[in-house]
Design a protein around this ligand. Structure first.
Ligand SMILES: Nc1ncnc2c1ncn2[C@@H]1O[C@H](COP(=O)(O)OP(=O)(O)O)[C@@H](O)[C@H]1O
Ligand SMILES: *[C@@H]1O[C@H](CO)[C@@H](O)[C@H](O)[C@H]1NC(C)=O
Length: 330
């Protein structure tokens, strides 16, 4: 593999010995959310007035990284933003949350990823995502981040950057005995089967599970059966999140591996945007901090963290920090 035989890698070997190791490295996306609240969604060619506008930080990769950082993990983000206002602003957001920006690249060739979101008073939305600079994250960026990737405790990847970039990052991690979490989001029906074999924990929601397995997930038993199918494809463990029902956890490669349903405490949800990312960020924190903790216990705690995020408005703005969480979660 090209990445293993370059001179740069020899140079970076020295670096590994002198630089700090990260608990959690995320290779993924950054997006700026531009949100307008309007009485209704506009028609083609129409201009309407909204009553509120705000800018939020999003992108699945960045969300997951920030949740892990807020819980106390030493984190680094490997991503690409534009040489523009939103890119500068996002880098400051990482710094404000204690995330290392050493591997955040800025490009003049495309704009920072953006999601233009219109939400009407009925709560329906229309969204345009322009991935922009996220799609320029590639092997050269992984090579730069290789020293950090190799000695991380946990690597987390999703599918909002080029799939071959995510797959390569997961492979590099696995070759170096770094635990991997893969979140196949946004969902795709034709996922490269190599992703299963490089996932120590394959974590997806109901929609993604249905698209990947063809199993309609209407209840916990369905999720268990779909999880068994995902395990058969080669992941070491599977977690399927089920909203207010918590999640199911499976590990071991037996075709009939039993599944654990891990329910969560009922809460009054006000905004579930980004709940899955909060769950995965918490999962990464626990896997890196407590490497021998059983996965069902990690999932029980991650349910509680994500359960707090749904009781607050916004995406990253709803993610709890260590100080906001009960001591028994640590
Ligand atoms: N209504 C809710 N009540 C309590 N916890 C929730 C609720 N919705 C989501 N969660 C928590 O967030 C996790 C992820 O939610 P889910 O809806 O499955 O993901 P996504 O954000 O991808 O749609 C769940 O496993 C659960 O821990
Ligand atoms: C699951 O995640 C996808 C993004 O991949 C999202 O569009 C969908 O609404 C989520 N599904 C559920 C049931 O939460």
């Amino acid at each position: 593999m090209v990445l293993r035989t370059t001179r740069t890698e020899l140079d970076t070997d020295n670096w590994t010995m002198t630089e700090e190791a990260f608990d959690v490295v995320v290779v993924g996306s950054c997006m700026t959310d531009l949100v307008s609240q309007t009485p209704r969604l506009p028609k083609a060619g129409e201009t309407i007035h909204g009553h509120k506008f705000f800018i939020g930080f999003g992108g699945k990769g960045a969300n997951q990284c920030i949740q892990a950082a807020r819980m106390g993990a030493k984190t680094a983000m490997v991503c690409k933003v534009g040489k523009d206002f939103f890119g500068e602003n996002y880098i400051q957001n990482f710094k404000d949350n204690g995330v290392s920006t050493k591997f955040v690249g800025q490009t003049a060739d495309d704009a920072t990823g953006a999601a233009s979101i219109i939400v009407n008073d009925a709560g329906e939305n229309a969204i345009v995502i322009v991935a922009g600079a996220n799609l320029l994250l590639g092997n050269a960026d992984l090579l730069q981040a290789l020293p950090a990737l190799r000695c991380a405790k946990v690597l987390v990847c999703q599918l909002e950057v080029r799939p071959d970039t995510s797959l390569q990052a997961l492979r590099l991690a696995q070759e170096n005995n770094v635990k991997t979490i893969f979140n196949p989001a946004p969902a795709v029906p034709d996922l490269d089967p190599c992703f299963y074999r490089v996932s120590d924990v394959f974590c997806c929601n109901e929609t993604e599970t249905e698209l990947l397995t063809g199993v309609v997930v209407a209840n916990v038993e369905d999720a268990g059966r779909a999880g068994q199918e995902l395990l058969r494809r080669g992941c070491s463990a599977v977690i399927i999140t089920l909203g207010s029902q918590g999640c199911v956890v499976l590990s071991g490669q037996e075709p009939s591996s039993p599944f654990h349903h891990v329910p969560t405490e009922p809460v009054t949800a006000v905004d579930t945007t980004g709940a899955g990312d909060s769950f995965i960020g918490a999962l990464a924190f626990y896997m890196s901090t407590y490497p021998t903790m059983p996965l069902h216990e990690i999932a029980r705690r991650a349910n509680q963290v994500a359960g707090i995020s749904v009781q607050n408005i916004g995406t990253q703005t709803s993610y709890p920090s260590k100080e906001d969480l009960p001591n028994d979660l640590f």
